[in-house]
Design a protein around this ligand. Structure first.
Ligand code: GDP
Ligand code: IMO
Ligand code: MG
Length: 425
């Protein structure tokens, strides 16, 4: 195992604070790499009065690390180019620091149209996706009807590709969803323009990362989403379309498992989820609203209010195991200030039977009634400094309880959105 490499994974339904943690850690790394997902991700980095929200560019860019978007990511060229421009306006230069995989799939405008049309057609049964075209782009990859970045930058390929695909896509849009068709010439023009704008950033990231690893560079893998949104291990079908557990770093970069290094699991000290799907500890009441307001729990990508609830140790243990988590970053502890008592879900009761197993089927999880343990809350400041011994006694006890339940040590405790509001062990 490469001790100097590390993975950062979300352990819940996303938005655990991965962006903040990546930013903190990236100082110690040469490379920061995204391996899965797309612009459905929204990773926030706060430095003083400056806020950055990253969707496709790895969060390490803020500290000036070299960044790679690996082959497992689905890339919306419009989003990527807009993000690079926005970063430039905020004083962060991406040019020369970002390498985009030629094997990564392109999110085409019709993927977003299909995402929206399908959600609308599903009515009350919709998944609540981010409408960023993620599902349709990964579906085309699996169907082998997708477009790769390496093909997008080849002007000779673009027209042929869309000439084949557009009639099929339009059949689906018009006859399945009764939606507007896409225009072939417009798409070709879009493809040529996007390819030309991206060309200088594109390369063979598999070779690049292999060389970097052999040169002994320290690599930080930036997870997007969270384990409970993983397409295999998450709350299917209420999940995303990629492997957001640590396995996704292998298939999403081409680096072998031995390069992954230690695995830091980012875990919110309560639970949130955006979109539809089962959520046993959800607080659909005033307290849930209080947490939403205190924690600013509104989506970084879509602005949707996040559903909020108590910490779920059954889910967190499942996630720690799936990811091989070696240490934890516990986030947003400050948000719990003033809530007394605090509840922690330690088991589920499903059909009258108590279990500590996270169920495979979403309908079983929907039937789960949480078994809670209570802990005393605190009214004073969560922490007065940046060391563990400055946590107030009840906050320290809560942290210890979570680490015991998840069976991994807390390396980082985050007590505010700013870089500085962090306790590092
Ligand atoms: P990510 O997707 O995992 O990177 O998380 P998001 O950026 O979507 O959501 C986390 C939100 O919580 C962002 O607005 C962060 O600025 C904020 N945040 C991160 N850590 C803390 C913390 O310890 N306390 C508070 N109050 N906010 C935090
Ligand atoms: P970060 O990286 C929270 C959720 C969506 C929806 C489901 C499927 O910021 O933690 P998709 O657009 O992927 O097809 O939507 O997954 N989702 C996220 N929720 N944080 C994310 O990313 C998410 N990415 C996708 O809300 O429920
Ligand atoms: Mg997010």
């Amino acid at each position: 195992m490469r001790e100097h490499n590390a993975c950062v994974v979300g352990m819940q339904w996303g938005d655990e604070g991965k962006g903040k943690i990546i930013d903190l850690l990236s100082e110690e790394f040469d490379l920061v790499v995204r391996a899965q997902g797309g612009s459905n991700a929204g990773h926030t980095v706060v430095i003083g009065d400056r806020q950055f929200i990253l969707h496709l560019v790895p969060s390490g860019i803020i500290r000036g690390a070299d960044c790679v978007i690996g082959n497992g990511v689905v890339i919306d060229p419009d989003q990527l180019l807009a993000e690079i421009e926005e970063l430039r306006e905020q004083g962060v230069e991406v040019a020369g620091k970002l390498l985009v995989s030629d094997r990564a799939q392109v999110v085409c405008p019709y993927h977003k149209a299909l995402d929206g049309a399908r959600e609308q057609a599903m009515g009350d049964g919709k998944l609540g996706t981010t409408l960023r075209g993620i599902g349709p782009a990964y579906a085309d990859k699996a169907y082998r009807t997708g477009l790769r970045i390496g093909q997008l930058i080849d002007p000779g390929f673009v027209r042929d590709f869309f000439e084949t695909q557009v009639p099929l896509v339009n059949k689906v849009l018009q006859h399945v969803y009764e939606a507007e068709p896409v225009d072939l010439d417009e798409l070709v023009e879009w493809g040529l323009r996007s390819g030309s704008a991206l060309k200088t950033m594109v390369g063979d990231t598999v070779e690049f990362l292999d060389q970097a690893a052999r040169d002994g560079q320290a690599i930080l893998f930036e997870g997007a989403q969270g384990a409970l949104l993983d397409i295999d291990f998450g709350t299917y079908p209420y999940c995303t379309s990629s492997n957001s557990t640590a396995g996704g770093f292998i298939t999403g970069t081409g680096l072998p498992a031995a390069e992954l290094g230690r695995t830091l699991g980012v875990l919110k000290t309560y639970t949130t989820r955006v979109g539809a799907g089962p959520f046993p500890t959800e607080l659909d009441d005033e307290l849930g609203e209080h947490i939403r307001q205190q924690g600013g729990e509104f989506g970084a990508t879509t602005g949707r209010p996040r559903r909020c609830g108590w910490f779920d140790a059954v889910a967190a243990r499942y996630s720690a195991r799936l990811n091989g988590v070696t240490e934890l970053a516990l986030t947003k502890l400050d948000v719990l200030e003033g809530i007394d008592p605090l509840k922690i879900c330690v088991a589920y009761e499903i059909d009258g039977r108590e279990t500590e197993v996270f169920p495979a089927q979403a309908d079983r999880l929907a039937a789960a009634v949480p078994v809670y343990e209570e802990m005393p809350g605190w009214k004073e400041a969560t922490a007065t400094g940046d060391t563990f011994d400055t946590l107030c006694p009840q906050a320290a006890a809560y942290v210890n309880k979570l680490t015991e339940l998840v069976n991994a040590p807390a390396k980082i405790v985050s007590v505010g959105s700013d870089r500085a509001q962090t306790i590092i062990g």
